[in-house]
Design a binder for this molecule. Structure first.
Ligand code: HEC
Ligand code: HEC
Length: 433
């Protein structure tokens, strides 16, 4: 999918690949280098949301913000989106592997910049922020919640903004038709929630799914406010490209050298390109296996199949659009998807440790030590061919100094906490069905 863009970078790279020593920070930037710099900044405008007509509606933003911080939306009354996407930690949790109602198997990525990604999750198994949000709500190890409990809680605590946005809720008071707890539970056909779900009328299931999708749409409206902000790198590049002699004061000399290497002989920009420092594509880096890992994670190979089959994908009955170009051209059988994971944004990366979908690297130095040695072989598929050993002449400290210049301030303070008033917790969060 990303082949044409990657090839463009390859064509530009040899110009900077052969110098054996530290780049001279005083050497003027060449024309091809300036072209790459201009492609990395400024941040682009927010794209329209695929299939969410309330994505920019202020009532939806407010509702989504309340839901994002609401621990009542969980099996134990303790887990909210903000538990794992903590605003003070740049919307991550600081843990190698996330922990909610149970132990998750992957690292929680930042939400800053996710608005531009056509595919969400490390394996891209969702194609919009609104469809993504429905996953954690019902995942056993995250919120462990269910869509009927969710619909009842919306009716109790959020009826007014919900109905203002989406019209009347179904007649949830009728507990014969809408039991307190029910959801489809994949691979567990005798789970009580699954049995209760199948016992419902089809039209009622559709109505509850619509509530679930609308909750995702409100969450997305809030998440769209969580954008990365201008970092020292942006100011440096903007001034440099404008010919301002004061540009060099914006970032340290080491970072300037690191930037030259990042777009030059270190070849990072092959994959970490564009203003978010991601090609939005999926690559197999051949990471060393985790000690506790049994089995293999095929990553994008499964994610691409899942997104095509997802009930809430673009163009589904819950989607407000039928125009779904991304999904139409996605080929889940693409060989290089085996063992591949999404290229993460590098904006604010110095604040979002630990790293990789496995959270296995504690520091940026650990990440670079990996790129320097590329130990072992990929456990599944093969290591991406454009990934070559980091040139030993490249200074690791310079690269880290550059990565640190990608940290901008947190989003505006109004987005970092629940809006007022906060909905009360339920007396009994998860009574047996
Ligand atoms: C238990 C911790 C936990 C909770 C609670 C949680 N998340 Fe996440 N989140 C994760 C993990 C882990 C991933 C990556 C999972 C994967 O790729 O398989 C993730 C991925 C995401 C992504 C994808 C970002 C990207 O770059 O692809 C978004 C968006 C997101 N979560 C939003 C939410 C929202 C909204 C909620 C609340 C409804 C939520 N999360 C609740 C841990 C959590
Ligand atoms: C072949 C494409 C490719 C190249 C080249 C590449 N990366 Fe990456 N990078 C990735 C992918 C894919 C991941 C995520 C892998 C995962 O989660 O399993 C990643 C992860 C990272 C992370 C961790 C970010 C996080 O939030 O977890 C950092 C930091 C990073 N790369 C920096 C660099 C630097 C610096 C270079 C140049 C030396 C570089 N990368 C070269 C594709 C690439």
């Amino acid at each position: 999918m990303n082949a044409p863009r990657s090839l463009l970078w390859l064509a530009l790279l040899p110009l900077a690949c052969t110098r054996p020593t530290s780049p001279d920070p005083n050497r003027p930037w060449s024309t091809p280098e300036r072209a790459i710099l201009a492609s990395l900044t400024p941040l682009p405008l927010l794209p329209p949301s695929p299939g969410n007509r309330v994505a920019d509606n202020p009532v939806a933003v407010n509702l989504g913000q309340a839901l994002f911080f609401d621990t009542g939306l969980s099996a134990n009354g303790e887990v909210a989106c903000a538990s794992c996407h903590d605003p003070q930690k740049w919307f991550t949790d600081g843990l190698p592997l996330a922990h909610g109602v149970g132990q998750a198997g992957r690292n929680a990525p930042t939400l800053l910049g996710a608005q531009w990604l056509p595919y969400l999750f490390h394996d891209g198994r969702k194609d919009s922020l609104w469809a993504q949000a429905l996953g954690p709500l019902e995942a056993d190890v995250e919120h462990g919640y269910d869509r009927l409990a969710l619909a009842h809680r919306i009716a109790r605590h959020y009826r007014q903004p919900y109905e203002q946005l989406f019209g009347p809720l179904p007649p949830l008071d009728d507990l014969m038709r809408f039991p307190p707890h029910a959801r489809p539970v994949p691979f567990e056909s005798n789970h009580p929630h699954h049995v209760a779900w199948l016992a419902m009328r089809e039209a009622d299931r559709l109505a509850v799914n619509t509530v679930l999708a609308n909750v995702g749409k409100a969450l997305e409206a809030y998440e769209r406010k969580l954008q990365p902000r201008e970092a020292p790198f942006d100011r440096y590049a903007r001034k440099l490209l404008a010919g301002d002699p004061k540009a060099a004061q914006e970032i340290p000399e080491a970072a300037q050298r690191g930037l030259r290497d990042f777009i030059g002989r270190a070849q990072c920009v092959n994959c970490h390109n564009g203003p978010l420092f991601t090609d939005k594509g999926f690559h197999n880096l051949g990471l060393p296996p985790l000690p506790q890992q049994n089995g293999v994670d095929v990553g994008r190979a499964l994610g691409a199949q899942s997104v095509k089959a997802d009930d809430f994908r673009c163009g589904s009955v819950y989607s407000d659009t039928a125009r779904c170009e991304e999904l139409r051209f996605l080929n889940p059988r693409f060989e290089d998807f085996m063992g591949a994971f999404k290229t993460p944004t590098l904006r604010n990366v110095a604040r979002t440790a630990p790293y990789m979908h496995t959270g296995q690297f504690a520091t940026l130095d650990d990440v670079l030590a990996f790129y320097r040695t590329l130990p072992g072989n990929a456990r599944v598929g093969h290591r991406e061919l454009v990934l070559t050993l980091l040139d030993p002449a490249v200074s690791q400290a310079d690269l880290v100094a550059f990565l640190q210049t990608l940290t901008g301030p947190l989003p505006d303070a109004q987005w970092l906490h629940p809006p007022q008033p906060i909905p009360p917790p339920d007396a009994v969060t998860m009574a047996a069905p």
